[in-house]
Design a binder for this molecule. Sequence first.
Ligand code: PLP
Length: 366
Amino acid sequence: MTAIPMLDLRGEVEQLSGEIEAAIRRVLRSGHFILGPEVEAFEQEIAAYLGVPHAIALNSGTDALLIGLRALGIEPGDEVVTSPFTFAATAGAIRLAGAIPVFVDIDPATFNLDAGQVERYLSPRTRAIVPVHLYGQAAEMDALSELAARHNLLLLEDAAQALGARHRSRNVGTLGHAAAFSFFPTKNLGAYGDGGMLVSSDATVADRARKLRAHGSAKKYFNELLGYNSRLDALQAAILRVKLPYLDAWNAARRAAAQRYDERLGALAEVTIPLRSPNAEHVFHQYTVRLPAERRDAVQKSLAAAGIASMVYYPQPLHRMAPFAQKSATFPVAEAAAREVLSLPIWPTISESAQHEVARVLKQSL
Ligand SMILES: Cc1ncc(COP(=O)(O)O)c(C=O)c1O
């Protein structure tokens, strides 16, 4: 039995059960289950929270990336620069849009795209960069924005793990031409099902995305684009509306929990605690340490034996996976990260005693 899971949502459900049940009843009584006023209200609330003019609610973060790429005008054969050290959906969306993911290695300290290496991977076919704000920390957006402007490239943020994070006091999701968020249940703002959001300051992009989520039509049965069925449902929107006002407090609680881990693990020679980039306000979707590669799996086993969950995000970089395989490519920093990372249990209400236990067992197993 796992005594300490990666994430425990029971406290949240308990805290909010009255509000959530009322929201669900409201939707059931409305008889309106797909898009509609609940979804529109949630779009407006996310737009206001981030300070962007347009928010388009979708089925998932994956669809937000795919529809975002297509709404930005990415065409089959275009090259799109991204990180090889991310969830498969990032490069999957690029491939599903018909484009070609071009991987660039990551920064060993932040696990995010190494902006200093991007330029040498650009070709006349490069159209966009998709930085990933991995684990909840903004990528190097100053350098990437400058590069994108200089080479006339589009910038789509994969902010699936980073709602509420900031970069130089600016909200993640407002730093490029568009951004994709995920409301997968484990995310910092999680639905009780799938959900996602595309945001953009560009009205044309927003208009295209709204069409693409509804089979490519603005007016029913008059389809202009080849689109998808990717609409958020009203129940998820209503639940997310209950949760959004708590997000900043939950993210602050995650930061406090991260700080407690730092204090317990920071002095151990074998453990590299997560670096905070000076420009980024981290929201600790994951608290991820580095361990010596030859010890990592044994540490994970010892934690499991003590009933403590941990996860390897991600054990294989994307250039090694069949859908994206690049036989001759090597990205040594991403490959080392895949062998060394371990994410520890974290959620807003994780107790100090649970964290103490995680740190104690980890230390013992080194
Ligand atoms: C970095 C990243 N990109 C994209 C996604 C896809 O989001 P979803 O699961 O909502 O499709 C996820 C989450 O699962 C993610 O972590």
